[in-house]
Design a protein around this ligand. Structure first.
Ligand code: DX5
Ligand code: ZN
Length: 221
């Protein structure tokens, strides 16, 4: 079994948008490995966040990987703009409500030079991802229903994390396993134990007084 590096990806949704550059500077100085950018369109999820212009602004602040999570309808229409804005990885949803051809979107992401991620809502069975696993670089297991930060982690999703790990082994596939939603030092430990190696965290990092301490705590240091 290959050991994958453990990566902490603060979700900028919880950052201070009045002082975004300064706040992201702090979180990068504190040791964030990636930045996670949540894109919400008010259709696929019941919230609206930000678009490619903010991704481009963040791109100008760091060379560290930008992990873009598209919670939008018609991702295929917008993928080129997020790639152009500087995304390193782009993750799309598998649910039919996302209204795109999943396989075609994953191909498009890779053709644009980005890592391709696939994700699913808590209510969606893992089987929905299975046909696509050989074609992804990242499997994101949502541990809350997407749309808002600050929700509680759903431990029942760990079964999906374990399944992602088992299938990576049996298929000889090669993807990171990422969790998103309600990640704090306790739930990160549970997620790592079950096989996750990329931890997205909004509230538990940006609402902490000490970002470096919060990031170390997520790593289990
Ligand atoms: C949820 C988003 C998450 C969210 C995580 O819709 O995909 O990335 O920002 O926030 P916390 O860590 O506060 O649950
Ligand atoms: Zn996210």
């Amino acid at each position: 079994m290959t050991t994958r590096p453990l990566l902490i990806a603060p979700s900028i949704l919880a950052a201070d948008f009045g002082h975004l550059a300064a706040d992201l500077g702090r979180v990068l100085d504190a040791g964030a490995d990636w930045l996670h950018l949540d894109i919400m369109d008010g259709q696929f999820v019941d919230n609206i966040s930000f678009g490619p212009a903010i991704v481009k602004l963040v791109r100008g602040l760091t060379t560290r990987p930008l992990d873009v999570h598209l919670m939008i309808e018609r991702a295929d229409h917008y993928i080129p703009r997020f790639a152009e804005a500087g995304a390193d990885s782009i993750t799309v949803h598998v649910e039919p409500e996302a209204k795109h051809d999943v396989a075609a979107s994953l191909r498009m992401i890779r053709e644009r030079g980005c890592r391709a991620g696939l994700t699913l809502n808590p209510a969606t069975p893992f089987a929905a991802l299975e046909p696509h696993l050989p074609d992804v670089d990242l499997v994101l297991i949502m541990t809350v229903h997407p749309g808002f930060g600050g929700q509680s982690f759903r431990p029942g999703m760990m079964e999906k994390v374990r399944r992602a790990r088992e299938l990576r082994e049996s298929l000889g596939a090669d993807y990171d396993i990422e969790v998103d939603g309600g990640i704090n030092p306790d739930t990160s430990a549970v997620s790592i134990e079950n096989g996750a190696n990329v931890l997205v965290a909004g509230t538990s990092v940006f609402k902490a007084a000490d970002y470096a301490g919060a990031i170390c705590a997520l790593r289990g240091d």
